[in-house]
Write a protein that binds this ligand. Structure first.
Ligand code: SAM
Ligand code: SF4
Length: 462
């Protein structure tokens, strides 16, 4: 399978090392049409350094973000169920070579407790993760954890409505097993698309096999999964190469299955205990370059959701929401059992350290103050708007007609169930204004559902 063409990526980057402004203007104008860009065009954009050209890229990224996604920002919480791992990824605190970490595989009861803590923050969507270990991080343990999480309710009767997963690359047989489990997006980060670097940082375990990981999304889609998520760990190799790697991966999936990745994640390397590569590499990505790569990806794949975690600071996250990010985590813990533990700066057993330690309530408040609509919507995958069907709605720009009303409806639930009176007052006024700003037909449907939520019904969506 030829997903990454190393020589081609190098030659594109070299050829467009000094892009001229006229060429950039043309590419940006084409990107504005929302049809995506070629590898060659992206190679030129990612090499841009001129402030004027950068401004044009940001302006167009912001335009696309608004016209496709509107003001809604989808929220989720990660749930780590086991940190046992037999791999030796030199950047990760869970690696087998870290003997100081406290290893934990959550029991059913502990998973229920974690889910209740997450639900009490108002979340309805989880990203469930674990390390790779044949016994202590096994697929059957993971499937049990998914079932437990869906079945758990907190004292208000809230439950988790969508579980996305991020686990090791599965085999065809394992995909056949997980296909019948109600998961949302199946995500695996390639970490780095640059094979020599990949081999340098993965020193033991199944993860040493670059191709096995690279081909996992082709296996997933061939086995009937609908939504897949890809990502690169920025800081391991040249960020420009990784952006072209992500795009090559997306193009290959699109060519073969008619649908690209549902989401792209852009984790940036953070400090982790006993993880030498996390202490800094010569490829660490500056804030300015990170901002540029987010905007360039938004231009390159306008309909692909882009996810940013609490690895990034509050300021960086707010900045990137304006130019491309569509989903963020909040109130996160990256150690199994972390939600139930007392709040500490760096909880024991964490995978890496975080830079946005705000509670979900604080994140929601600052999103609203900045004009965004925090959304707990999970409707698409529950009504079957997945895979190619989702893209058929998203590409003509119609997904907003679902996203915006569903954001208001799920935020209304949050306000009524999880906010104090002062905040209820403030947020209800905002919700009313936004409801009135919807186009007539959506407004009519959403207002009826809104009134039913006010009267105590839950889980209503378009
Ligand atoms: N063990 C599975 C795997 O490796 O694919 C599941 C996901 S792992 C728990 C989640 C992701 O965290 C990894 O794919 C990696 O990109 C990211 N990660 C690991 N160490 C990190 C660090 N020091 N800073 C930022 N992200 C890190
Ligand atoms: Fe294990 Fe994943 Fe961490 Fe690698 S990144 S050590 S596979 S948990």
């Amino acid at each position: 399978m030829n997903i990454i063409n190393n020589e081609h990526i190098y030659s594109l980057l070299e050829r467009s090392a000094k892009p001229d402004s006229m060429q950039i203007d043309e590419i940006v104008a084409e990107a504005r049409l929302g049809k995506g860009l070629s590898l060659e065009q992206v190679a030129a954009l990612i090499n841009v350094t001129s402030p004027t050209d950068l401004e044009a890229i940001y302006e167009t990224a912001s335009y696309l973000k608004n016209s496709i996604y509107g003001k809604r920002v989808v929220l989720f919480a990660p749930l780590y169920v086991s940190n046992y791992c037999t791999n030796n990824c030199l950047y990760c605190g869970f690696r087998i070579g870290n003997h100081d970490i406290q290893r934990v595989a959550l029991t059913t009861e502990q998973i229920q407790q974690e889910v209740i803590e997450i639900l009490n923050q108002g979340h309805k969507r989880i990203l469930m993760l674990m390390g790779e270990h044949p016994k202590k991080s096994s697929l059957s343990h993971f499937i049990d954890a998914i079932e437990t999480a869906y079945a758990t309710r907190n004292s208000k009767g809230s439950n988790i409505r969508r579980i996305n997963v991020e686990i090791e690359p599965l085999t065809n047989e394992e995909f056949q097993t997980i296909k019948d489990v109600p998961i949302g997006t199946y995500t695996v980060f390639q970490e780095t698309y640059h094979k020599p670097t990949y081999e340098k940082v993965h020193l033991a375990g199944k993860k040493m096999d670059y191709n096995w990981r690279l081909e996992v999304m082709h296996r997933a889609l061939a086995n009937g999964l609908h939504d897949v998520g890809i990502g690169a760990l920025f800081g391991l190799y040249d960020y420009r190469y990784e952006v072209l790697g992500l795009l090559s991966h997306a193009i290959s999936l699109e060519n073969e299955f008619g649908v690209g990745p549902h989401t792209i994640s852009i984790p940036r390397l953070q400090y982790a205990q006993n993880a030498p590569y996390s202490e800094g590499t010569k490829y660490m990505v500056s804030d300015a370059d990170f901002k540029k790569l987010v905007a360039v990806l938004r231009l390159a794949v306008p309909y692909t959701g882009m996810i940013l975690s609490t690895r990034e600071s509050a300021t960086m996250r707010m900045d990137l929401l304006n130019i491309g990010i569509s989903q963020i985590s909040s109130g996160s813990r990256t150690n199994p059992g972390g939600y139930k533990q007392a709040f500490t700066e760096q909880a024991d057993g964490s995978q890496f350290s975080m830079n946005d330690g705000r509670s979900s309530g604080e994140v929601i408040g600052s999103l609203i103050d900045s004009g965004f609509i925090p959304s707990f919507c999970t409707s698409c995958y529950r009504v079957g708007r997945v895979g190619a069907k989702f893209m058929q709605i998203a590409k003509p720009g119609d997904i907003k007609t679902f996203c915006q009303p569903n954001a208001l409806l799920t935020l209304k639930e949050y306000v009524d169930d999880y906010c104090n009176e002062d905040l209820q007052h403030k947020y209800n006024a905002m919700l009313q204004n936004e409801l009135e700003a919807l186009p007539a037909q959506e407004q009519k449907i959403a207002t009826k559902l809104f009134d039913r939520i006010k009267a105590g019904e839950r889980d209503l969506y378009l």
